[in-house]
Design a protein around this ligand. Sequence first.
Ligand SMILES: *Cc1c(COP(=O)(O)O)cnc(C)c1O
Length: 390
Amino acid sequence: MSEQRSKVDTTSWQGFTTRAVHAGYDPDPLTGAVNVPIYASSTFAQDGVGGLRGGFEYARTGNPTRAALEANLAAIESGTFGRAFASGMAATDCLLRAALRPGDHLVIPNDAYGGTFRLIDKVFSQWGIEYTVAPVSDVDAVRAAIQPNTKLVWIETPTNPLLNIGDIEALAEVTHAGGAKLVVDNTFASPYLQQPLLLGADVVLHSTTKYIGGHSDVVGGALITDDEELDTAFAFLQNGAGAVPGPFDSYLTLRGIKTLGLRMDRHSDNAEKLVELLVAHPKIEKVIYPGLADHPSHAVAAKQMTRFGGMISVLVKGGKEGAHELCSKTEVFILAESLGGVESLIEHPAAMTHASTEGSPLEVPVNLVRLSVGIEDSADLLGDIEQALG
Ligand SMILES: *Cc1c(COP(=O)(O)O)cnc(C)c1O
């Protein structure tokens, strides 16, 4: 079966965490196993040619552990179809190939995730795909960037690493008026804090490596949509190009999802406390956090997010050296790329995650430091940042 669907009816489960814990898998009728097994099988026996027992034939096309994850992803994003990928970039690559043809155009954020920008700018440009960058917080600028050949408007909100906010409802309206589809990379917010499909987005993308997996132990990606034609194209490319997660990765991601709601509340609690400390600190030039009343899009964030999440960016006094000093002195915060795990991480985007944007319109300030606030005890996190700032 090459185009197997993971269609779920979540209408009877309103609660996010109930869906996160249960959607996609019922206890195994044979053994009663409460958790989905890691189906380490690349192929599935057929009862006569074409006689598939559970709808599975070959594990690139579909695997029961992955199918459980995909149904769960659809349920937690309030979508109809979910597809899991080997990484967030594999999901991005699939979506771009499903939605665009040579000569097409897309709009991307002027502070897009570095890897997304690199893939579009260095790879898809070779196949005649054009792009325009626009700030996601400026609806008029996005409207002005839409051309007759625009097929996608791509946004992140909050953006990485500057935490700019795009008004999903307003952007869906201008995107649809321009005859294009709106993609929301929901990695930073997670579906617990923000539900883009319910606000009019056509596709939600995730790096499940981040909050969804949540434990920094697995790399993965996801696409969720209500658009059956797009989902059919995703399934075709999953099978046709093969960038799928294995059963163990699917299991780890599903295990992470069960506690997503609890973790996001704790990430948000800790971040709020840390923001308070940072705002008052003399070595900090500026704190960027959508929960702050002085964030330029605070009202939009408050309208479309249930809380403001665990990501904080700061401009440190003392330029690049000041940023490097802070990054090298923390003890609880680990100096590392990535985000969204239970452990707190700190990084210097200009030299690490966003080094590939140097000299481009997406270049980030040299004194910017990004914090991914984990779920540790807040007193230890506050103490660590205080000692590192000296
Ligand atoms: C990490 C990330 C990606 C890419 O995902 P990978 O799993 O690393 O391939 C895409 N978008 C955002 C916002 C990210 O943070």
